[in-house]
Design a protein around this ligand. Structure first.
Ligand code: HEC
Ligand code: HEC
Length: 216
């Protein structure tokens, strides 16, 4: 009896914690929506965001076009996805040593401004081997488009893949696949992506990564 009570209490508390987290994200998204509707506020937020990204430039580039193979482009990334990932790094749900340290120091306003700054930057086009990309196309259309969209632009909360660095997409898919295989070490956890990635071999991953990188 006492155990049942304790269990009920635990479940209730966990429910509150989840609701609070979702509520936090929801509040920030509403704030972003209001800012987007007001050109002056948007300009100010983008400028504030740019100032807050000085430490990010070394890896993600001054305009969100990454300078290193293992680092994702953030330019033109979807708002909901950017915000959610910053939250995940800040809470430690997504693990990356540098990203965890940096995101920990962000307050709500920083998160909003940085998200808006990157979302409004333009992606630079990438060149990849055409033959490799052509092999990735049917795989993408068969396995990825239902969620990430025919044009690879994702959705409000789903990652944009179009124009993402091929090396990063390759690495991310391997991390999701490692997670599915239960390997130790730093991993990305997402049951949907783990389910997709576990069916891919290295060659398929390379081809899909090349295909999405050159998508406009
Ligand atoms: C030392 C290099 C480095 C610096 C500096 C850095 N990042 Fe990152 N960032 C990374 C790497 C590497 C990843 C990918 C981590 C992974 O594979 O899970 C990443 C991922 C991200 C993502 C998730 C993107 C996606 O497509 O999932 C966001 C958002 C992000 N960084 C924002 C920032 C911000 C904001 C700053 C500055 C406060 C910053 N980063 C500074 C290396 C860096
Ligand atoms: C059932 C839906 C679904 C399908 C199908 C799917 N994805 Fe995803 N994908 C997701 C979700 C959800 C995330 C966000 C994961 C997270 O929050 O860490 C994601 C994230 C990603 C990321 C990380 C993006 C970033 O910027 O870090 C990559 C890369 C990716 N997917 C590639 C693919 C590829 C390639 C395929 C096809 C082989 C695919 N996905 C199929 C749902 C899906």
């Amino acid at each position: 009896m006492r155990q049942t009570l304790r269990l009920t209490l635990l479940i209730t508390l966990a429910g509150f914690a989840l609701a609070a987290q979702a509520g936090g994200l929801e509040t920030l998204l509403q704030r972003i929506e209001r800012i987007q509707a007001d050109p002056t506020a948007l300009q100010a937020a983008i400028e504030a965001g740019e100032e807050r990204t000085l430490l990010c430039q070394y890896c993600h580039g001054a305009d969100g076009n990454s300078l290193k193979p293992e680092v994702p482009n953030l330019a033109a990334q979807n708002i909901g996805y950017l915000l959610q990932q910053i939250e995940h790094f800040s809470s430690g749900t997504r693990e990356d040593y540098v990203m965890n340290q940096l995101a920990e120091n962000f307050n709500a306003e920083d998160k909003v401004n940085v998200t808006l700054f990157y979302h409004h930057q333009a992606l630079k086009p990438q060149t990849v081997p055409a033959e490799l990309a052509a092999r990735g196309r049917p795989l993408y259309q068969q396995l990825c488009r239902d969620c990430h969209g025919e044009d690879g632009h994702g959705s409000e909360t789903l990652a944009r893949l179009a124009g993402q660095r091929a090396e990063y997409v390759d690495l991310a898919l391997r991390l999701f696949r490692d997670e599915a295989a239960g390997k130790a070490g730093l991993q990305r956890r997402n049951p949907l992506m783990a389910g997709v990635a576990r069916r891919l071999d290295d060659e398929q991953i390379e081809a899909i990564a090349a295909y999405v990188a050159q998508m406009p």
